[in-house]
Design a binder for this molecule. Structure first.
Ligand code: 4NP
Length: 160
């Protein structure tokens, strides 16, 4: 088998405590389930600095664990221009974060693929993963629904 470098994928939201750590865990889990753990590496970061060093939001952890995803070991960090050299793909959770990431990438020579994570979701009916931080439990489950759909579409596309 050809020993190819893994594709490195960075998930980015605002705080890196709700949506992007969930995306990291969902995509990692899906890759493992498909026997693709060696082919992909996932990480996550936030465009804001507010929660650096913190664990994912307890509501995200609780919603995720009910579906078998463990977030508790993840820690928030802020995205940097250097991430655009370190990652092959940067997937933004929403349009505002995408715009901030586009500005950051413009400071670099990076050819990393930068796009919305829901580009990969089938019939999501949304382009952005809604920020669940100020809402109720439904929002955290919706984040999981959308990201599971995106992961499904993402790996289908990688296989084709
Ligand atoms: P995230 O959610 O971007 O999905 O991690 C948020 C977390 C914290 C805040 C906003 C969104 N905040 O305002 O502190």
């Amino acid at each position: 088998m050809v020993n190819k470098q893994p594709t490195r994928v960075l998930m980015v939201c605002l705080g890196n405590i709700c949506r992007s750590p969930t995306a990291e865990a969902v995509f990692r889990s899906k890759a493992a389930a498909l026997g693709l753990a060696e082919q992909f590496q996932f990480d996550s970061a936030g465009t804001a600095a507010w929660h650096i060093g913190k664990s994912p939001d307890s509501r995200s952890q609780q919603a995720a664990v009910k579906r078998g995803y463990q977030l508790q070991r993840l820690r928030a960090r802020q995205v940097t221009a250097a991430d655009f050299a370190a990652f092959d793909m940067v997937l933004a959770m929403d349009e505002q974060n995408l715009a901030n990431l586009q500005a950051l990438q413009a400071e670099t020579k990076s050819k990393a693929k930068l796009e919305l994570v829901l580009h990969y979701a089938n019939n999501a009916g949304l382009t952005s993963v809604p920020d669940p931080y100020y809402g109720g439990d439904d929002g955290f489950n919706q984040v999981l629904d959308l990201l599971e759909s995106a992961a499904e579409g993402f790996f289908k596309l990688q296989a084709s």
